[in-house]
Design a binder for this molecule. Structure first.
Ligand SMILES: O=C(O)CCC(=O)CC(=O)O
Length: 267
């Protein structure tokens, strides 16, 4: 198990693949830990250097008291890359992870060569919607919202046909510490990256799920539209977590993007 103290927080992370390989940083979503990428990783090009971590309040990382700020989440992603000394990476961020990726690209362009924004946006939800969610969790815990959250995370077909897997993801969600989950809700509530993301020029691939109830395709497409040349890929038969539901499709899109951006890197 690899733990490093970054920005004063103990961050659980894992690095696999050869040191000479293309480095890819994966950042997971609200209520998930880095196992959310498990089904995609074996399908990536051989020799990829994969860096995963649990953001604060999730997985095996330390859970400071809520609220959290996007600036801290970005500082921890940057601090981890500095700590590992891997240089510029391709960042793949899912939902809040995609917001951290956008923030990282804006704050530390020396660390990010390209990004994949999966099921995310420059701004997610409204302050009122996040206040309501935070209040409901304080009253009834994450369990009070689990059905609603799972119905946004996964397509109906997945929920009906894969009950054992659904149970596993339910456990991951409900075992997220309340401070970790609510802390990140505060960070998303206060985040509006429209201006800073609109100034980005790095190669970008945006991915959406056609049944995503959290960040629907049009919202993801809107954020992609802020970045000149960004490509958009729609995953069919997927909710908010296409990396779980349609890993082959996500891995193929990522592999294609890695090939394209490898050419950009060599110029
Ligand atoms: O998944 C995230 O990181 C934030 C977006 C969200 O609200 C997911 C959900 O619907 O619970």
């Amino acid at each position: 198990m690899q733990i490093a103290t970054i920005n004063g927080v103990k961050i659980h992370h894992a690095v696999t693949g050869p040191e000479s390989g293309r480095a890819v940083l994966f950042i997971n979503s609200l209520g998930t830990d880095f196992r959310v990428w498990d089904r995609v990783l074996p399908l990536l090009p051989e020799g990829t250097r994969v860096i995963r971590y649990d953001k604060r309040g999730h997985g095996l990382s330390e859970c400071p008291a809520a609220p959290y700020f996007m600036g801290d989440l970005v500082a921890e992603a940057a601090g981890l890359l500095d700590h590992l000394g891997v240089g510029r990476v391709l960042v793949v961020g899912l939902s809040i992870g995609g917001q951290i990726a956008q923030g990282l690209a804006a704050e530390r362009p020396d660390l990010v060569e390209a990004m994949v924004l999966s099921n995310t946006a420059a701004k997610i939800g409204t302050p009122d919607s996040w206040d309501t969610r935070i209040e409901e969790i304080h009253k009834g815990g994450i369990a009070a919202l689990e059905e609603a959250i799972l119905s946004r995370w996964f397509s109906r077909a997945f929920r009906e046909s894969r009950p054992e897997e659904l149970a596993g993801w339910r456990h991951m969600l409900c075992r997220t510490p309340e401070d970790g989950y609510v802390g990140c809700c505060y960070a998303i509530k206060d985040t509006d990256l429209v201006e800073s993301t609109g100034r980005l020029t790095l190669p970008t691939l945006a991915i959406a799920g056609d049944e995503d109830g959290s960040t629907p395709p049009d919202l993801v497409r809107e954020t992609a539209g802020l970045i000149p040349g960004a490509r958009f890929h729609l995953v069919r038969g997927a909710g908010h977590l296409p990396c779980v539901e349609q890993p082959a499709d996500v891995a193929a899109a990522l592999t294609e993007f890695m090939k394209e951006t490898a050419l950009v890197r060599e110029i």
